[in-house]
Design a protein around this ligand. Sequence first.
Ligand code: FAD
Ligand code: MLT
Ligand code: ZN
Length: 477
Amino acid sequence: MMQSAQTDALRSTLRALVGEAHVLTSGDLTAYEQDWRKRERGRALAVVRPGSTDEVAAVVRACAQAGVSLVPQGGNTGMVVGSIPDATGTQVLLSLQRLNRIRAIDPANLTVTVEAGCILQTLQEACEKEGFLFPLSLAAEGSCTLGGNLATNAGGTQVVRYGNTRELCLGLEVVTAQGEVWNGLTGLRKDNTGYDLRHLYIGSEGTLGVITAATLRMVPLPAAQLTAFAAVPSLEAAVQLLGLAHRHLHAGLTGFEVMGDFALGLVRKHFAQQNVPFGGLSPYCVVLENSDHESESHARAQFERLLEAALEQGCVLDAVVAQTQAQARALWHIRESIPLAQAQEGLNIKHDISIAVSRIPAFVAEVDALLAQHFPGVRLVNYGHLGDGNLHYNVQAPEGADAEAFLRDQEGPINALVYAVVDRFHGSISAEHGIGSLKRDKLAHHKSPVAMGAMRAIKRALDPHNLLNPGRVLAKE
Ligand code: FAD
Ligand code: MLT
Ligand code: ZN
């Protein structure tokens, strides 16, 4: 445990490195110390906000010398309690928010080089101005950062076409646990010169290095993007529609999301101003997007053929196709409002599972029945990225129940039930949100000892003194 004189000395060193105004030790630090889902509140020795890669490196070296661990943080929108300090008051919260420049756009190479603290939406808008699409998209895009997206290998709503953040990344700049800078911002599409370090840091949730910048892929802006919202009679029908959409739209299929009626009901309840179509008509709705590089009329014709076939086959009951960009945004907004509506409804048990798409209906039927049998009254908030086989199969306390007590008493047994079926279906307990501290103790039960051993060896090799986000992803050794 650090003595207060040592704490004071470290704080002074940090102030000298990044400036007095960028070392916060008092006042309201809730935005840095509380996670987005309000699951936990930590306490930082200091919140440090460096303004350059060299400052990040200097901060890491100073903390290493003092034996103090660091928790990197971007927008603090993570779902698994990985971006806040623990409750001891002994960790430095390293906020990357001031490293937010777009360093360069290279249209010929179709790349953009950006600093870790840049907000995702800012990057999307900058690329669009130059005629390009940066195709990562998620409901937190107005506040999450590229560093956080890379550190969690975020997914989102365009993965069906463009892949996770990993697939969009061609290079990284990283400050190592030793406070050295690795510049891997080559922008190369082919480079087989040994181990690909970039892929180790992506998805490592701040436990192996601090990402300070990245070179990312852009694609030319499509000529048209059309969005449809469809009521489907069952989850089986949604999967059938997905197959049809792949066949009719090919690479034009850029989004395919499913939403259970109860999840949509929460949007109706908490955001009454939104016009959610098809209330009560069907157990599930789907939102899908067609991006077209020819023209809007071509996109519409393709979409119409798809929906006609789907109506004929009975896998769609009714559908609306947005006529304007504003309508398309409104339809997407309904889908994106589900996590916010669920948060307003109260504390909940969140799942982020992936299963082979073809097996999702069987999985949901089985788990729905088991939960109803063993936890009567629980409300299932089921929605997610069906195109990727990734569901947020979330569980809300029974109506009127004390949500805190429900979480305390039932989260363990409910997780155990859900994850046992996930294992039987050869799925994953974290498709896109990561492990953080919330799922850390479950990891070893769902990954092989060989994989766990390799992960621990990598952590020991890159961060031998366990200075970077200790206790996240892997338990402290
Ligand atoms: P933080 O929350 O600040 O950090 C997340 C993790 O990354 C932490 O472990 C942190 O230590 C580490 N980290 C952050 N920055 C760095 C860095 N520069 N170097 C090293 N480590 C770092 N996720 C999805 O995958 N798909 C979704 O569709 C999706 N939708 C969301 C919708 C909402 C409304 C919200 C609130 C969250 C959503 N998320 C989603 C979860 C979240 O993972 C993403 O929002 C995002 O990737 C996190 O970015 P951030 O900057 O907020 O990271
Ligand atoms: C989403 O898909 O909306 C996100 O991953 C956030 C969530 O699961 O709540
Ligand atoms: Zn998601």
